[in-house]
Write a protein that binds this ligand. Structure first.
Ligand code: TXA
Ligand code: MG
Length: 357
């Protein structure tokens, strides 16, 4: 466990936010790259630092117990119930925004995503910032656009090393407990729609609000015939992606897929539920053997623990710079929805680096 930042370090970071600077902050889901949401110039720095398209809206973060009435135009009953049950925690609510929230935050939409993070460092920062500033902080995941999200301070340094040396404040809050981004629930439409699956499941939401939220696909089918703009960058097929090509394979096909790569004289990295097998001597000789032909991580079989380690595991496998990352597909079951969503997008977005021999 990393040492938690001191009260002084948190005050310094709050002052940086008030001065329009960026702060990389830990949350229980992933690290966020935070700016004062009420300062348009500060918010624009997030987009340039991340290389993020300007029409991708940001999530606004607030401290526990904050009065949101100034920022949203209405808080429906379902939102009140969900807030009482799940905040602080990994649930983002999309609500109709008030005129006070700038277009820079929402990408010009009439809604805003709000969440109250549970991480004590994020809470402390937001509480300090509420004393000296607006108290609302826009923060996307602290990674370059399309990359794997960061779940440790070191991951943030790996993404933005130079920028951190040049003034982005980084608060080290240790490893993120949840490990994947918050659940996003849109309550601004006529029916609740789950825009991004996360640790708080559709079923858990349904228990609180009395109706099952539609999935994105169900909502799209419902609206068939009408054009809908992409509202969640996670809804673009490619996202959360390593540089090495990544393929999902089912358990039965995994051994054959591994052998195929090794037999062609290339190296392969694997994320699987099984333990690493003994590998046969390589037909292409010692060179490839010295280069660790098979890099293997055995993942946790519990979905929450799998999610907690997922991005760190993808980063480790990517850093091994093999020709291919093979991931044993988790079960097609509701408890794996969030993980399967991220893995599917990682597969589509992967492979931007030239493949190495
Ligand atoms: O767990 C999280 O939510 C993390 C931590 C840092 O809080 N944040 C995060 O932010 O994942 P980001 O920017 O990587 O993803 C935010 C997602 C985007 O896909 C964006 O399109 C969606 O939230 N979003 C934000 N505001 C929205 C809105 N008004 N309507 C629809 N989608 C929205
Ligand atoms: Mg992100």
């Amino acid at each position: 466990m990393s040492p938690q930042p001191s009260a002084k370090a948190i005050q310094r970071a709050a002052r940086a936010l008030a001065a329009g600077e960026l702060v990389a902050m830990p949350t229980e889901t992933v690290y966020g790259l935070a700016a004062d949401a009420a300062n348009e110039a500060a918010v624009l720095k997030i987009f340039t630092t991340k290389g993020r398209p300007a029409d991708h809206p940001l999530i606004v973060h607030v401290a526990g117990g904050v009065d949101m009435s100034g920022w949203v135009s209405a808080v429906p009953d379902s939102a009140r119930k969900l807030i009482a049950k799940f905040w602080p925690g990994p649930l983002t609510l999309i609500l109709k925004k008030s005129a006070k929230i700038s277009d820079a935050v929402t990408g010009g939409q009439n809604t805003v995503g709000i969440r109250c993070p549970a991480h004590p460092v994020a809470q402390a920062l937001l509480t300090e910032f509420a004393k000296i500033g607006s108290g609302i902080v826009a923060a996307p995941s602290a990674n370059r656009f399309g990359h794997v999200s960061p779940t440790s301070a070191q991951h943030v340094r790996d993404e933005f090393g130079a920028a951190i040396d040049n003034g982005i404040h980084l608060l080290d809050g240790g490893k993120c407990q949840v490990g994947i981004e918050s659940t996003i629930l849109d309550l601004s439409r006529d029916v609740p729609v789950l825009l991004r699956p996360g640790a708080i499941s559709r079923e858990a939401i349904a228990e609180v609000i009395g109706t099952m939220p539609l999935s994105r696909e169900e909502d799209a089918a419902r609206q068939r015939g009408t054009a809908i703009a992409p509202r969640v960058s996670g809804a673009l097929a490619a996202h959360y992606a390593p540089m090495t090509p990544l393929k999902l394979v089912n358990a039965q096909l995994l051994p054959g897929a591994v052998d195929d790569v090794l037999e062609s004289g290339r190296r392969v990295a694997v994320l699987a539920f099984k333990a690493k097998p003994r590998i046969k001597p390589s037909p292409v000789g010692v060179g490839i053997r010295n280069a660790r032909p098979l890099v293997w991580i055995t993942a946790d079989t519990d979905p929450a623990l799998y999610a907690q380690g997922l991005y760190a595991n993808l980063r480790t496998l990517d850093a091994a710079a093999t020709s291919l990352i093979l991931v044993e597909a988790p079960p097609d079951a509701a408890v794996w929805d969030a993980v399967n969503d991220r893995l599917g997008r990682a597969a589509v977005g992967s492979g931007k680096r030239e493949t190495l021999p």
